[in-house]
Design a protein around this ligand. Sequence first.
Ligand SMILES: C[S@@+](CC[C@H](N)C(=O)[O-])C[C@H]1O[C@@H](n2cnc3c(N)ncnc32)[C@H](O)[C@@H]1O
Length: 277
Amino acid sequence: MTDANLDPAAELVGLGLERREARWLVEEFLPGGDSDALPVLRAAAQRRLNGEPLQYIIGHWPFRSLDLDVDSRVLIPRPETEELVDVALAQLAAAASGAPLILDLGCGSGAIGLSLLDELRTRGVAATLIALDESADALDVARSNARKHHLHAVSFVHSSWFDALDDSLRSRVDLIVANPPYVAAAEMANLDPVLNYEPRGALVAPDVRGVAGIEDLEIILRDAQAWLRPGGSLVMEHGESQRLALLDLAQKNGYVHVRDLDDLSGRPRVLVARRPE
Ligand SMILES: C[S@@+](CC[C@H](N)C(=O)[O-])C[C@H]1O[C@@H](n2cnc3c(N)ncnc32)[C@H](O)[C@@H]1O
């Protein structure tokens, strides 16, 4: 018997997988060590060796308190987006809204909005979420993640940004969270090839006035204020090169308490802005 027979992870490492990824695949596809499942494990390993993201192969991935189902219909939730959730929770705590209304723009798998609902529930706060996306496929994934985690105070809206939102919501939203597409088309070639497996519409945005990938960020920043209640906050993820343009636009659009935060790797990442009281 070879080492690989004793330790299937060793076989996958021998094929070229990183040890950590090999272990995750074994935990997922060979949980009881059942050798009948070896062909399934090897097929999964081959998909990874071909370049497919591990998250899509495994089909679910942790994001803060949630285990989210993910597949090629949605962006793989990123660790820096987990940091955005902390910023959003702090904004709500500072506003002390009893039962906040939250709008998640471009919800994808539901990562931001659903984890906010879940963590607020744990704190005894009964929030309501509107999760919005222009991708009907993404909304299906988010809906199923909401069911999986028994999160019921959520409605799903198929819309390009604010276009299909009910007018009655104007000036009523306590918190808008967004992680819109912000990669320029020209940047895609230099980035991790894993991005080629993710929906392009979740990643790439047009340039505006020479600022790469900023169009969706600008639309959201320009239009969000009309939907926030006075004192309500916008918390929005963005790329490294977009900080100055967004800070400038936030000031010009009359937001207050405008700041931009670095992520844990020290890169410009999250814009925070409030509608004046
Ligand atoms: C970067 S992904 C973020 C997904 C999720 N919020 C997350 O953080 O993992 C951007 C999302 O915005 C959606 N999107 C792109 N353009 C949009 C638009 N014009 N209106 C609404 N959603 C849009 C995409 O379908 C995608 O789900």
